[in-house]
Write a protein of this length. Structure first.
Length: 228
C-alpha cells in the first residue's frame, strides 16, 4: 500500500506530469460527463454517495440549477468519521487518502461550501450501506455512486439505492477500472457493472483517466445506467 501511495506522490510532483496537471486543473476529465448528463436529464433530485470534499457536489448542483428549479441534493459520506479501520478494508481508498496532502473536510465545512448554489442540500454522515436505506428520499432522478470501492460496498450501495430511483433515472458509477487495477487495488465497480449488464444497458463513458501505479497504469472511467 505504501508503494501505491508513494507512486501517486511521485507522479504528482514529477515535472514530466505538468501536462497531466494542466489537463486535470478543472478536475478529472471523466467528470465532465456529469455536466452533459445533467443537462440531458435536468434532474431536480440528486443523490451522491461519496461526497469527499464536495467538488463533485458543487459541479452537479451548478449544472442542475441551470436547467431546473427547486433542485434538491443529498450527499452521503463518512466525512470526519473516516477511520484507519475503515481505510484498512478499502485498498484503493487508502492509497487515495495517502496521496492527498490536505486534511479531510468535515460535514460542516462542506455544508458551508455548498451554501448559496441554489439547491436545497442535505448531508448525511455515516456508513452509506446503513444510512441510504434508512433515509426517506423522493424518487431519485440522478445518482452518482462514488463511495467505498470494494465490491461489497458498491454493490450494497446499488442495491440500497435501486428501489429509490425514479422510473427514468440516470445512475453514474465512478471508477470503472482496468482489470489490473481490480486485481491490485480491489476496485469492485468493474465487477458489479459487468454483472449488471445482464439486466441493464450499460454505457462506458469516455474519456478514460490514467494514473501511474507501481504495477503499470490505473485506468478509470464512468459507467452509466439509464433506468426505464
Amino acid at each position: 500500500m505504501n508503494r501505491v501511495a508513494g507512486a501517486i506522490r511521485r507522479a504528482i510532483k514529477s515535472p514530466r506530469d505538468i501536462g497531466r496537471a494542466v489537463r486535470y486543473r478543472n478536475g478529472p476529465p471523466r467528470l465532465r460527463n456529469l455536466d452533459r448528463l445533467i443537462a440531458q436529464r435536468k434532474p431536480r433530485t440528486i443523490v451522491e454517495i461519496g461526497v469527499w470534499r464536495g467538488e463533485t457536489a458543487r459541479r452537479m448542483i451548478r449544472a442542475a440549477v441551470k436547467h431546473s428549479r427547486d433542485v434538491r441534493y443529498w450527499g452521503f459520506d463518512l466525512f470526519e468519521g473516516l477511520s484507519d479501520e475503515i481505510l484498512s478494508k478499502d485498498a484503493c481508498l487508502t492509497a487515495f487518502v495517502a496521496a492527498t496532502p490536505a486534511k479531510l473536510s468535515t460535514l460542516d465545512e462542506i455544508a458551508r461550501d455548498l451554501e448559496g448554489l441554489g439547491a436545497t442540500v442535505t448531508l448525511v454522515a455515516g456508513d452509506s450501506t446503513k444510512t441510504v436505506p434508512a433515509t426517506e428520499l423522493p424518487p431519485i432522478e440522478f445518482a452518482f455512486i462514488d463511495g467505498g470501492h470494494t465490491y461489497e460496498t458498491v454493490s450494497a450501495d446499488w442495491n440500497n439505492i435501486r428501489p429509490k430511483l425514479a422510473a427514468n433515472a440516470m445512475v453514474v458509477f465512478d471508477d470503472y477500472t482496468n482489470e489490473e487495477a481490480v486485481k491490485q487495488e480491489d476496485f469492485g465497480v468493474t465487477t458489479l457493472i459487468e454483472e449488471l449488464r445482464a439486466e441493464h444497458r450499460v454505457e462506458l463513458l469516455d474519456p478514460v483517466d490514467e494514473f501511474p501505479r507501481p504495477y503499470g497504469t490505473l485506468e478509470t472511467r464512468l459507467a452509466l445506467i439509464r433506468m426505464g
